[in-house]
Every structure is written in structure tokens, then in C-alpha cells.
Design a protein around this ligand. Structure first.
Ligand code: NAD
Ligand code: IPM
Ligand code: MN
Length: 330
């Protein structure tokens, strides 16, 4: 397997070495191709992701991604969005369950849910116009795009409780009644039961009753927002991994960003990135190693070896080294 390794910007550059140290502890036969891509490169060279970078990435099997800075500047095109589109990574899979011993913001019961987020269209279609007195973003929802994300959700549901929740805003948006109806058809065809929730009510219920949900399927921007809500109730962004899956390629990354407020201090929580390595190992078929990694993470948290976001005083690399040690000597 050939992995393109993109640390990116800010804490991406700190959590990536921590994650790679854990991956290297398994001594698997993998080639790592390091690439400098992101806002830092754009500032230095005027280009955040070159065509040559893209060719190198397309010659790899998958990507391990840290985090990038995407400034709110209409002239800057997000590298991550370009990668998701170019590699056709249409399913963004974001699992959430509080890890053992994590102090949650409120007294939640145990929960275990997956957000299956459409990753190539919707509000992120790129069909936009910026004029002097108005700006337009076209929310593109296609049958093909909706069918394939619904199929991904059903495939995950088949291994779980055989049910999905379709999250939309069909009371207002025609594009979402279309999305909902396509999802219902796919669920019926797959013998998966479904219910539906309006996205605003979903955000509310996710905070109050996360244990009610199993597999949520939704459009691009709603999935983005709901995943940060789910991260908050799971113990924080520093814990939550994701997999961007297509038919040919995959990209694994924490759901958090480059966190400029803590970058450079060596205190970023590396667990989201380390659990993204776990998702990569599962995608590659290394199930046994994925289980060992998850247990090592649980054990390190249980010992209180955690970064300041979890009220600990350990550094990014302290956490990584503690996890690596357990993998080496279980
Ligand atoms: P963020 O996710 O970077 O940070 C939000 C908050 O969570 C901050 O207080 C940060 O300190 C904290 N946090 C995030 N990850 C953490 C970790 N591993 N350990 C401890 N604390 C952590 O979101 P933001 O501040 O809105 O965005 C910063 C930049 O990142 C922006 O340019 C944004 O566009 C970009 N971004 C990139 C990605 C990505 O690369 N996938 C995702 C989200 C945001
Ligand atoms: C995420 C991020 C990205 C998104 C940004 C950085 C383009 O917030 O992966 O959740 O909106 O998808
Ligand atoms: Mn996000």
C-alpha cells in the first residue's frame, strides 16, 4: 500500500508525526509519500496544491491527512474540497462514541452513532457567483450523488442496527425532499428501515438524546455542522476521526481543523488523528491491528495520559508515545 501523507497547516503538522509514530509501531508493509500541501505552501509559493501533487496522490492508494487552514477568502479554493472532488471521495464517514473515561460536557448515557455525510455536492457544489450586490451558491443534489451516499449508509447500517435516519430540511428545500425520497428508495431496496428528521430538530435532539440514533445520512453542509455538534457531546474535536471513501481512493483525517489558537504549543490532542489511522487500517483490511490500536487509545485515556483539552497536562507526543509503547508491549 502507498499512502500520501499530508500534514497540512497548524496543528496538522503536530498531530501527523504523532499519528505516524503509532502507524509505524505496527511495522506493516506500507510506503509513505510525504507531501507539502495547504495554506502555508500557498503563502510561500502562491499555489496550495499543484497538478504534480495531485498526480503523486493519484498514484497512491490512499491519503493520511492532518488539517489545513482554509481562510474565508473567496479567492482561495479549499485544498481539501478539491481533493474530495478530484478523488471522488463521496462518502464522509464520521463515527462518534464517547471513549472510556472521557468527561462529557453533560451527563450523557452511552451512545454510538455514525454520520454519513455526502461529500462532493450540495452546498459545496462549487457552482457560485459573486456579484457587486448579490452572491449565489447553487445547492446541487443529484440522483447519482444521493443514491450512492444512501447506499453507503445502508451498507454501514447492515452491519449495525439495520436502520438509518435521513436528515434534511425538506419542509423548506425542494432539493432536500428530492434527497429524502431517493434515500427512502435506497433504504427500501436494501431492506433497511428508516426514519427522518429535520436538521434543526436533529441538532437539538443530538445534544439531548444521542443514544436514540445509529446511522445518520445527510447532505454535505448539514453533515459538516452536525459532526461538530456530535464531536462536542463525544468529548471534543480532539477525539473524532473520519474517513472519506470513494470507489478507488480514500482519505483519512481528524474532523477538526488547523486550530491556530493552540498551534505551535505541542498540546494538540493527537487521538483524532490516531483514530483516523485506525480507520485507515480497517479500510486496508488490517482489522487485528485496528483493534489493538483502539485498545491502546482507551488504555492511555484510562491512565489519564491526556492533553489539556481533556484536562490533562501531557503533550501531543507524550500521548502518542504512551500509545506506541502499549502497542509494542501489550
Ligand atoms: P478547528 O477545528 O481548527 O478548532 C476549533 C476548536 O477546537 C479550537 O478551539 C481548537 O483549539 C479546538 N481543537 C481542534 N482540534 C483540536 C485538537 N486536536 N486538540 C485540542 N483542541 C482542538 O476549527 P476553526 O478554528 O474554526 O478552524 C481553523 C482553521 O481550520 C480554519 O482555516 C478552517 O477553515 C480550517 N478547518 C480545516 C479542517 C480540515 O482540515 N479538515 C476542518 C475544519 C476547519
Ligand atoms: C471538515 C471541514 C471542511 C468542510 C472545510 C475545512 C472545507 O470543516 O472536514 O469538516 O467543511 O468539509
Ligand atoms: Mn467541519
Amino acid at each position: 500500500m502507498k499512502i500520501a501523507v499530508i500534514p497540512g497547516d497548524g496543528i496538522g503538522r503536530e498531530v501527523m508525526p504523532a499519528a505516524l509514530a503509532v502507524l509505524d509501531a505496527f511495522d506493516l508493509d506500507m510506503e509513505q509519500i510525504p507531501l507539502e500541501i495547504g495554506y502555508g505552501k500557498w503563502e510561500r509559493t502562491g499555489c496550495a496544491l499543484t497538478d504534480e501533487d495531485l498526480n503523486i496522490i493519484k498514484d497512491c492508494d490512499c491519503v493520511l491527512f492532518g488539517a489545513i487552514t482554509t481562510p474565508p477568502d473567496p479567492n482561495y479554493k479549499s485544498v481539501l474540497l478539491r481533493l474530495r472532488k478530484e478523488l471522488d471521495l463521496y462518502a464522509n464517514i464520521r463515527p462518534f462514541s464517547p471513549l472510556a473515561k472521557i468527561k462529557l460536557p453533560c451527563n450523557k448515557k452511552v451512545f454510538d452513532l455514525v454520520i454519513v455525510r455526502e461529500n462532493t455536492e450540495g452546498m459545496y457544489s462549487g457552482v457560485e457567483e459573486l456579484h457587486e450586490d448579490a452572491a449565489y451558491t447553487t445547492r446541487v443534489i443529484t440522483r447519482t450523488g444521493s443514491e450512492r451516499i444512501a447506499e453507503s449508509a445502508c451498507a454501514i447500517a447492515k452491519k449495525r442496527k439495520k436502520q438509518i435516519t435521513i436528515v434534511h430540511k425538506a419542509n423548506v428545500l425542494k432539493s432536500d425532499s428530492f434527497f429524502r425520497d431517493v434515500c427512502k428508495g435506497v433504504a427500501t431496496r436494501n431492506k433497511i428501515s428508516y426514519n427522518e428528521m429535520l436538521v434543526d430538530a436533529m441538532a437539538y435532539d443530538l445534544v439531548l438524546r444521542p443514544e436514540k440514533y445509529d446511522v445518520l445520512v445527510t447532505t454535505n453542509l448539514f453533515g459538516d455542522i452536525l459532526s461538530d455538534v456530535a464531536a462536542a457531546i463525544s468529548g471534543g474535536l480532539g477525539l473524532c476521526p473520519s474517513a472519506n471513501i470513494g470507489n478507488r481512493y480514500a482519505l483519512f483525517e481528524p474532523i477538526h481543523g488547523s486550530a491556530p489558537d493552540i498551534a505551535g504549543k505541542g498540546i494538540a490532542n493527537p487521538i483524532a488523528s490516531i483514530l483516523s489511522v485506525k480507520m485507515m487500517l480497517q479500510w486496508m483490511g488490517h482489522e487485528k491491528e485496528a483493534v489493538v490500536l483502539a485498545r491502546a487509545v482507551d488504555s492511555v485515556i484510562a491512565k489519564g495520559i491526556v492533553t489539556p483539552d481533556l484536562e490533562g497536562s501531557y503533550s501531543t507526543m507524550d500521548v502518542s508515545e504512551a500509545i506506541t509503547k502499549i502497542i509494542n508491549v501489550p
